[in-house]
Design a protein around this ligand. Structure first.
Ligand SMILES: [Zn+2]
Length: 137
């Protein structure tokens, strides 16, 4: 699917720092089987393909992405899609490859290519856990 930045789904994602450009340049596909919950495949020409495991996505009654913590994996991947647009295809691949080949003892969450993505996804999870706590009180 293509998520328009002006759609309800797009607006929900943009609240967590997803750029309109990353949304315009990404195609999201829900897949039935994958070894990881979500993955970004940068395209050499322009944009990215984001694969998300079907079970990870949640939809509301009108078929838009549900406003909830299920947005987190997609927010993470759309930050990678943004990196691909900002850095270009070759630099994106090089930086990610470098980060995997030479982690330098830095945990994956703190590496330069992943830090922003993890922080954005965590912001989503924290926002919804705060709402849950508030509704309990
Ligand atoms: Zn990542």
């Amino acid at each position: 699917m293509n998520i328009s930045p002006d759609s309800p789904s797009g607006k929900r994602l943009k609240r967590y720092g997803v750029s309109a450009n990353a949304l315009r340049k990404s195609r999201v596909f829900a897949v039935a089987w994958m070894p990881v919950p979500a993955f970004t495949l940068p395209l050499p020409v322009d944009g990215s393909i984001i694969l998300v495991h079907k079970s990870v996505l949640a939809y509301d009654a009108v078929g838009e992405l549900a406003d909830g913590s299920a947005l987190a994996p997609l927010v993470h991947q759309l930050h990678h899609a943004h990196q691909r647009q900002e850095w270009g295809y070759a630099r994106y691949l090089l930086r990610h490859l470098w980060s995997r080949l030479f982690p330098g003892g830095v945990p994956v969450h703190h590496r330069q290519v992943e830090r922003e993505c993890y922080l954005a996804a965590r912001a989503v999870e924290e926002a919804y856990s705060q709402e849950r706590i508030a509704s309990i009180r």
